[in-house]
Design a protein around this ligand. Structure first.
Ligand SMILES: *Cc1c(COP(=O)(O)O)cnc(C)c1O
Length: 397
């Protein structure tokens, strides 16, 4: 497409988030249509044969393609600046499908040590079972990344900013390390979303998302998406068509509505998180606050350079012990005690005993997850009320 036949050629993110990908039917619906159908009807036997053989493009079955899912894929591809996107049934399905489509037995992966817990399990327990080996590295130590790459390394995988300590990784630097050795750089962009960071524009090859988090933004549906070049996305789609982790059209429709308010929400989450992090940093009962938006954070300058804002997730150590941290959580009355994030509702969690409990005490210490650490994913409630709630926690220390 070019500027003559695409009205959104060169359009800004806010416009793309509301309009990219929509194909109106003959009914003239203003909001995107929801195609709840598992299969599609052909007008003649000859047409059916041509569709099945691929000679004629078009829908066959919703495990392969669905118009509502396609609209979601086209919209998120536009937002990430990707050639194509493939939707999946969850964020983990997006990461699994990327691995299964692009790796084979005998290949090697280098992965940040600070990734979503289940991503670590996928690499160590399941990919390993099929002969793919993974080396985990400190995400901000570029010498470690460089040294871990071997002749059979195919893929580098990272999240930035990391969960829960908000470590910021230089995507451009990692893209160079990957490309010098003919590897692909995969970035899980769940915490920033394309509203705050576009890894492909910084040199990454593939972006994966859990749409369950900020893309929906309202805690309703599970989903995921992989974005990148046609060559790799065709492989990912091939895997999904043959094995089944496709996105439900209903969920795609919900995510489309979520994307329309994505930037407004991400800006609001970020502004509130910055205000709360700054306030917590001044409380004598709080030992240390981890949020890249604070000038004292080691990743602050890099985050300023590669992100539009600092996102909605922060964490902090309380003074005392694990019992004190638990008393803090139990004393809050507004925040939801749950491990989820990326919701309008603020959530609070104790990582050492929940999201990071599968790690040994030693590995947790190495990763900087203290027993006194608390993570807050700031929602869209009034900041003043959230501060009152955090004050309840502080009073219980
Ligand atoms: C939640 C999450 C995932 C997994 O997504 P699901 O939709 O729960 O499968 C992957 N990466 C990150 C960073 C996440 O927060």
């Amino acid at each position: 497409m070019n500027e003559h036949d695409d009205p959104y050629f060169d359009a800004e993110l806010d416009t793309l988030a509301v309009r990219a990908g929509q194909v109106r039917t003959h009914e003239g619906e203003h909001s995107e249509a929801l195609f709840l159908t598992s299969s599609y009807v052909f007008t003649t036997a000859a047409e059916a044969a041509e569709r099945f053989s691929g000679e004629q493009p078009g829908n066959v079955y919703s495990r392969y393609t669905n118009p509502t899912v396609r609209t979601f894929q086209d919209r998120i591809a536009a937002l990430e600046g990707a050639e194509a996107a493939v939707a999946t049934s969850s964020g983990m399905a997006a990461i699994l499908s990327t691995c299964m489509a692009l790796l084979k037995s005998g290949d090697h992966v280098v992965c940040s040590r600070s990734v979503f817990g289940t991503t670590t399990v996928l690499f160590t327990k399941y990919m390993q079972k099929f002969g793919v080996e993974t080396t985990f590295v400190n995400p901000t130590n570029y010498d470690e990344w460089q040294a871990a790459v071997k002749d059979n390394t195919k893929l580098l995988f990272l999240e930035t900013p990391s969960n829960p300590l908000s470590e910021v990784v230089d995507i451009r630097k990692l893209a160079n390390i990957a490309h010098n050795r003919d590897c692909l750089l995969v970035v899980d962009n769940c915490f920033c979303t394309p509203a705050l960071q576009q890894p492909l524009s910084l040199g990454a090859d593939i972006v994966v998302h859990s749409a369950t988090k900020f893309l929906d933004g309202q805690g309703r549906c599970m989903g995921g998406v992989v974005c990148g070049r046609h060559a790799e996305m065709d492989e990912v789609l091939g895997f999904i068509r043959s094995t089944g982790p496709s996105m439900s059209p209903f969920n795609a429709w919900v995510f489309l509505k979520g994307l329309e308010t994505l930037r407004l929400r991400m800006d609001a989450h970020s502004a509130s998180a910055l205000e709360i992090a700054t306030w917590l940093d001044q409380q004598p009962e709080i030992e240390c606050v981890y949020y890249a938006g604070l000038p004292s954070h080691s990743g602050h300058d890099l985050a300023k350079a590669q992100q539009r804002a600092f996102g909605g997730v922060l964490s902090f150590n309380v003074k005392g012990d694990q019992a004190a941290a638990w008393r803090f959580l139990d004393a809050t009355k507004i925040m939801s005690l749950t491990a989820n994030l990326g919701d309008t509702k603020t959530t609070i969690v104790h990582p050492a005993s929940t999201t990071h409990s599968r790690l040994s005490a030693d590995d947790r210490a190495k990763a900087g997850i203290a027993d006194t650490l608390i993570r807050v994913a700031v929602g869209l409630e009034a900041v003043a009320d959230l501060k009152v709630d955090l004050q309840r926690g502080i009073a219980a220390l």
